[in-house]
Ligand binder design. Structure first.
Ligand SMILES: [Zn+2]
Ligand SMILES: [Zn+2]
Length: 365
């Protein structure tokens, strides 16, 4: 079939609308019509060539939501008409990692990303799908294990955010760091991911949630998500400011920007003896994080988190229950909705800091 998609042909180039070829679903696959897609900083890093694991030309977009339109004959858990989110990380449910109860990094998925198989093509040439999804297309084909069924009463432009921003942030607080009730938390970077760490920490019962950002407007924007204190680096060393606010260092810190100097600050702002620093931001290719070993030996830990350590099929859909029941704020997360034709503007809004989450849709065109 022919599918409209926004394609990035080379690093730094704006996305262009193209008509791609897409083969229909095989036995264990489904065809999904994408109804909305959130724009993420990692999409931008791929487009700009800064952290670009997929070859160009590429269809980015990994925060989609849509409707199943066709199912392969071996598919048992999904049906035509289901509302779904395609997953950057699948869940087979059977491998050692899936059964471990410790990680969301399915081994079948790890094998898949080691040898990605492009589903789109243009004039016979392969076109990559970023994270294996490529949701800035009208339709995508996904394996059954890489699709999560969601409830139908949440609009697509909000539901889509669970598949990256909300899972990554809320999961980092609740499934990676395991923030405890009464804890102090410091979040470096209050964009779409950082705000979800903030609301994840609130969900976990943290009593002090400090945000660090160079954009002072974030102080007010982050309050509805649960922020209690704001640190502006223009007022002095953020590590020292956090140490004063928390009486020595935060129980949990999170780096959500993808900047190695900030990772070091987040680590050093965690409490001596038991502080835990979780690294979420994706830095440019080749950047490394520096740690003074003695600061680690002082009892701190560093953790990494990918998609909030949340399993895509069995755990992700529950995030929408939190939204419907009033425990998660998605309404103020999605600050901009644009037709797909204005996707480049959407990325510019995110890069400038004007947008927390910009969501695009073919249906709004
Ligand atoms: Zn993302
Ligand atoms: Zn698995």
């Amino acid at each position: 079939m022919k599918v409209e998609a926004m394609v990035c042909h080379a690093p730094g180039e704006p996305l262009r609308l193209e008509l791609l070829d897409l083969d229909g679903p095989r036995d264990d696959e489904v065809l999904i019509e994408i109804m909305a897609c959130g724009l993420c900083h990692t999409d931008l890093s791929q487009i700009e060539g800064k952290a670009a694991p997929y070859p160009f030309p590429v269809v980015v977009g990994h925060e989609g939501a849509g409707v199943v339109r066709e199912v392969g004959k071996g598919v048992s858990s999904l049906a035509v008409g289901d509302h779904v989110v395609p997953l950057g990380i699948g869940e087979c449910g059977e491998c050692g990692n899936c059964r471990s109860g410790k990680t969301n990094l399915c081994e079948a998925w790890l094998a898949e990303i080691a040898a990605p198989q492009p589903r789109f093509s243009l004039n016979g040439q392969p076109v990559s799908s970023y994270t294996g999804v490529g949701a800035l297309a009208r339709f995508v084909v996904m394996r059954e294990r890489s699709v999560a069924k969601i409830r139908q009463d949440v609009p697509f432009h909000l539901a889509c955010t669970i598949s990256c921003a909300v899972a990554t942030g809320v999961g980092a607080a609740t499934r990676t760091a395991h923030v405890h009730a009464g804890a102090s938390v410091a979040v470096f970077g209050l964009g779409g991911i950082g705000l979800n760490v903030v609301q994840g920490a609130r969900l976990a019962g943290a009593s002090q949630i400090i945000g660090v950002d160079i954009n002072p407007a974030r102080a007010e924007q982050a309050r509805p998500f649960g922020l209690t204190h704001f640190v502006d680096p223009a007022d002095g060393d953020p590590v020292a400011q956090i140490q004063v606010l928390t009486g020595g260092g935060a129980d949990y810190t999170f780096e959500c920007v993808g900047h190695s100097a900030l990772m070091q600050q987040a680590f050093e702002a965690s409490r001596i003896g038991c502080g835990c620093c979780t690294v979420l931001g994706v830095p440019p290719d080749g950047e490394v994080m520096r740690i003074v070993p003695f600061n680690l030996q002082l009892g701190r830990t560093v953790k990494g988190s990918f998609m909030g350590n949340m399993k895509g099929r069995s755990e992700l859909p529950g995030l929408l229950d939190h939204y419907v029941e009033g425990r998660l704020n998605l309404d103020e997360l999605v600050t901009h909705r644009l037709p797909i034709a204005r996707v480049n503007e959407g990325f510019a809004l995110m890069k400038s800091g004007a947008a927390l989450r910009a969501v695009v849709s073919f249906a709004d065109a």
